[in-house]
Design a protein around this ligand. Structure first.
Ligand SMILES: Nc1ncnc2c1ncn2[C@@H]1O[C@H](COP(=O)(O)OP(=O)(O)OP(=O)(O)O)[C@@H](O)[C@H]1O
Ligand SMILES: [Mg+2]
Length: 442
C-alpha cells in the first residue's frame, strides 16, 4: 500500500453522502483524498496543488462537470491528470461529451466499492506508467542535451587544437629555419677560422714550384750566355714552367673547392676525402713535429701515410662510398685534426718535456654496412668532467677557441648525413668516432 499512499485524489460531488462514501472507499485502500463539493473550488484546488486523479460528478451546482473537465484540460498544470466522471444511473450520461472533453472513464451511481477501486486503480497504474515514461523521456532529453553540449564542446576544442597545431607548426618551421641559418653562419665562421691555416698550406705548396720556376729562369739565362739556348732547349724549359704553374693552380683549386659549400647530397669516397684533408693539414703538423697517419683496417695491407710523404695516396682498395656532403665532411675531419693538434700542443706547453712525439692516427674500418672512422691522438684526452659537454655550441676550454668545431661536426654528421658521432678517451688521449652508412665502391 505504500505506493498508493503517495497518490492524491480529488473527489468532486455536491452530494455529501456520496462524497463521504467515496472518501471512505478510497482512504480505506490507502489513497489520500481531497473532497470538494463545487466546480470552482475543484478548479482552484486542482490548480494550486495538482492531484494524481480527479473523480468528477457530472452534475454539480455552479458549473457542469464537463466544463470543469474542459478547463482542467486546457491548463498546463492539470492537462495530464486523468478525470473519471461520476453520474447517477437515473441521469443520462453524455458519454461522447465526457470523452471528448478529456474524461478517461466513468462510474455510475449507486457506487460499488470494488468497481470504484478497480477503475481508480487502473487509471493510477496508467498514470504511473505515463509518469515513468515521462521521466524516462525527460532523462533521455537531458542525456541527449548533455551529449550535444559535449559534442559541441569537443568540436570547439578540436578547432582550438587545430589552430594551436597550426601556429605550433608555423613556430616550429620558423625555429627550424632560424636554426638552419645559425648553423650556416657557424659553419661559415668555422671555415674562416681554418682558412688562415689553409693559407699557410698554400704558401708551403707554392714554395717548391716557385723555386723551380726561378731555377729554370736562371738555367735559361745560363744556357743563353753559353750559347746552348736553341729551340728545343727553350721549348723544354717552357714545358717545365707550365707544369709547375699547373701544379700551383691545382693547389689553389683544391683550396677553393675545400671552402665551397656542397649543395646537395652526393655519393663520395671516404678514403679520398680523408686523405685529401690529411694532405692539407700535413704541412703544418710537420712543422710542429706531429705525425699523422691513415690506416684502413678493412684491408689487410692498409697503408700508413708518413708525414714526410705528403703526396702518398692511401692504397686502400676498394674505397668506401657514402652519401653526403664531401666538403663539409672534410671540414669535420679537419676540425678533429685541429683539436687533436691543440691537445698535443697544450700537453707540451705544460712543461711536459718528456712528452712523446705528437701523433694523430686515423683509422677507417667497416662493419655490417657501416663505415667507422676513428681519430685518435696522444694529447692526454678530454678532461673527465667536460666530456659530456664538448658537443654543445660555444663550449670551449681554449683561450682563442670559439667552441663550435665539434658542435658543427656533430650537426654535419648526424643531422645532415644521418650518421653518429661521439667521443671517448683511451690511455694516450681522445678518440673521436664517426659512423656512417656506407658501401664498398666496386
Ligand atoms: N682531441 C681533444 N683532446 C682533448 N680535448 C678536446 C679534444 N677535442 C676537443 N676537446 C675539448 O672540447 C672543446 C670543444 O671543442 P670544439 O672543437 O667544439 O671547440 P674549440 O676547439 O674550443 O673551438 P673551435 O670553435 O675553434 O673549434 C675544446 O675546447 C676542448 O676542451
Ligand atoms: Mg675545435
Amino acid at each position: 500500500m505504500n505506493q498508493k499512499i503517495q497518490y492524491d485524489i480529488l473527489v468532486v460531488d455536491d452530494n455529501h453522502s456520496n462524497l463521504r462514501l467515496l472518501t471512505e472507499i478510497l482512504t480505506d485502500v490507502g489513497y489520500k483524498v481531497r473532497p470538494v463539493t463545487d466546480g470552482k473550488t475543484a478548479l482552484m484546488t486542482a490548480f494550486s496543488k495538482p492531484p494524481d486523479l480527479i473523480l468528477l460528478d457530472v452534475r454539480i451546482p455552479d458549473i457542469s462537470g464537463y466544463e470543469v473537465c474542459e478547463k482542467l484540460k486546457s491548463d498546463r498544470r492539470t492537462m495530464d491528470i486523468p478525470v473519471i466522471f461520476i453520474s447517477a444511473l437515473s441521469e443520462v450520461l453524455d458519454k461522447v461529451r465526457a470523452f471528448s472533453v478529456g474524461g478517461v472513464d466513468y462510474i455510475t451511481k449507486p457506487l460499488q466499492a470494488e468497481e470504484v477501486v478497480a477503475r481508480v486503480k487502473t487509471q493510477m497504474n496508467l498514470r504511473s506508467l505515463q509518469k515513468s515514461l515521462q521521466e524516462q523521456n525527460a532523462m533521455l532529453q537531458r542525456v541527449i542535451g548533455e551529449r550535444l553540449r559535449a559534442e559541441e564542446e569537443l568540436i570547439k576544442q578540436t578547432i582550438q587544437l587545430e589552430d594551436l597545431n597550426k601556429t605550433l607548426a608555423e613556430k616550429v618551421a620558423f625555429e627550424i629555419q632560424k636554426n638552419m641559418e645559425n648553423e650556416m653562419l657557424l659553419s661559415q665562421q668555422s671555415k674562416l677560422a681554418s682558412m688562415g691555416e689553409m693559407l699557410g698550406v698554400i704558401a708551403h705548396q707554392w714554395k717548391q714550384p716557385i723555386n723551380a720556376i726561378s731555377l729554370i729562369a736562371f738555367d735559361v739565362r745560363d744556357a743563353y750566355e753559353h750559347g746552348d739556348l736553341n729551340n728545343d732547349y727553350l721549348l723544354d724549359s717552357m714545358k717545365q714552367i707550365r707544369e709547375q704553374v699547373t701544379h700551383m693552380a691545382e693547389t689553389i683549386n683544391d683550396f677553393l673547392e675545400f671552402f665551397k659549400p656542397s649543395k646537395e647530397k652526393v655519393p663520395f669516397k671516404l678514403n679520398t676525402a680523408i686523405k685529401k684533408t690529411i694532405i692539407l693539414a700535413q704541412y703544418q703538423l710537420k712543422k710542429m713535429s706531429i705525425g699523422i697517419s691513415l690506416n684502413c683496417t678493412y684491408e689487410r695491407e692498409g697503408k700508413t701515410i708518413p708525414y714526410d710523404l705528403p703526396n702518398e695516396i692511401c692504397s686502400c682498395s676498394p674505397e668506401i662510398e657514402v652519401q653526403g656532403y664531401p666538403n663539409e665532411f672534410k671540414q669535420v675531419i679537419l676540425n678533429l685534426i685541429n683539436n687533436a693538434k691543440d691537445a698535443i700542443l697544450n700537453k707540451r706547453g705544460q712543461a711536459n718535456r718528456s712528452a712523446k712525439e705528437g701523433r694523430i692516427d686515423l683509422e677507417l674500418s667497416y662493419s655490417s654496412g657501416k663505415a667507422i672512422i676513428r681519430v685518435k691522438d696522444n694529447g692526454g684526452g678530454i678532461k673527465g668532467d667536460i666530456i659530456g659537454r664538448i658537443f654543445e655550441p660555444f663550449f670551449t676550454h681554449k683561450e682563442s677557441g670559439m667552441g663550435i668545431g665539434l658542435y658543427m661536426a656533430k650537426v654535419i654528421i648526424e643531422k645532415h648525413m644521418g650518421g653518429k658521432m661521439y667521443a671517448e678517451n683511451d690511455e694516450d688521449g681522445a678518440v673521436f668516432i664517426i659512423e656512417l652508412d656506407g658501401d664498398f665502391q666496386e
